[in-house]
Design a protein around this ligand. Sequence first.
Ligand SMILES: [Zn+2]
Length: 401
Amino acid sequence: MKNVLCFFLVLFFIFLPLGSQTYSDTDIISVEKNQDIVQKLKKMELDLLLEWSNRLYFLCGLNDLYQLQKEGIPYVMETENFYPYRQSDIIMQAGINGAYHSYLEIEADLMALEAAYPQLAKVFAIGSSLEGRNIYALKISDNVDLDEAEAEVFFVGCHHAREWISVEIPYLLAKYLVENYESDPAIKSLVNRSEIWVVPLLNPDGLEYSIHFYRYWRKNRRDNGGGSYGIDLNRNYSYNWGFDNEGSSSNPFSNTYRGSAAFSEPETQAVRDFFQQRSIQALITYHSHGQVILYPWGYTSNPAPKDELLEEIAAEMSERMEAVKGNIYQYGQAGESLYLTNGDTTDWAFGTYGIPSYTFELPPIDALQGGFFNAELEISSIFEDNLPAALYLIEWSILNF
Ligand SMILES: [Zn+2]
């Protein structure tokens, strides 16, 4: 497995007394991706933002730059190249989310889908965040008010605050299903035979912080004390949580801090409790960036039981995505990628329930503008690529119900 992203390491943030953030020590650098450098980097816990054209891009503070120099790793300062996210613009950018949803906007749009399609869509709050925002699930099914004996599939977005595109894809999936129900017999058939659960925004506090204060924010907003904030929600699930202390961090300042205990956070508890009440048969959790499909295990490079099935479904999803307009989503076991991860959603869902569970790393980049983040105009195009994969997983769940 190559090209795997979203394995973010430590960033030493400095906080002002009220928890606001200083920006003076955040630079973007890139290094060549080769075996020698990757080996050295593994010891360093840098905050990986993006992998592109055989280079790794990191968010660095002064201490990180010092470490890179000490290790003799050549790097290129890229901060100024990433218009409009140059350091000097980060504060100016705050509060601008454009076509991407904020918490209140996704809330309103989910309610609007329910209002427009009351037979097909129903909004549930499956928990609330640390700061008291609702975590919404939209259920989509025929006879949506009834709990029918049908296959259940789960789509979730935005464990990581700065991955805004990961809110949009599951939301657009929900919208597509209800809007095309009457006109498209294939959609109607899928919706009639399943119960589809869409949670577009698992980390609302983090998203709001990313919009209003700091675009690169990743974790939730837990006050860890000592000036450190945030738990990495995708390291906080219980299956082999903190395994071997590699693949998540025990350091509260780290961007992959796993928390003081598995399921310490209300956001992950919401998913855990929801699964206890339902009978979910498959899931996709959306992240960015990387344009890859990953499946368990992440905590080890050893293959999971049912590895062949996991791969077979991933291959089918990838093939159907490529058929849309030729964009290739590579696929593979998460633990065979650049870094191990533990305590993530898919290891937990697969380890606990044995269900096919996939991390989709959505495409990386607005190449035209050179930014880290997808242009607003690309949202619908990325969704077009992702739609057949989601539909296939629903279909698979129905056939294996
Ligand atoms: Zn992520």
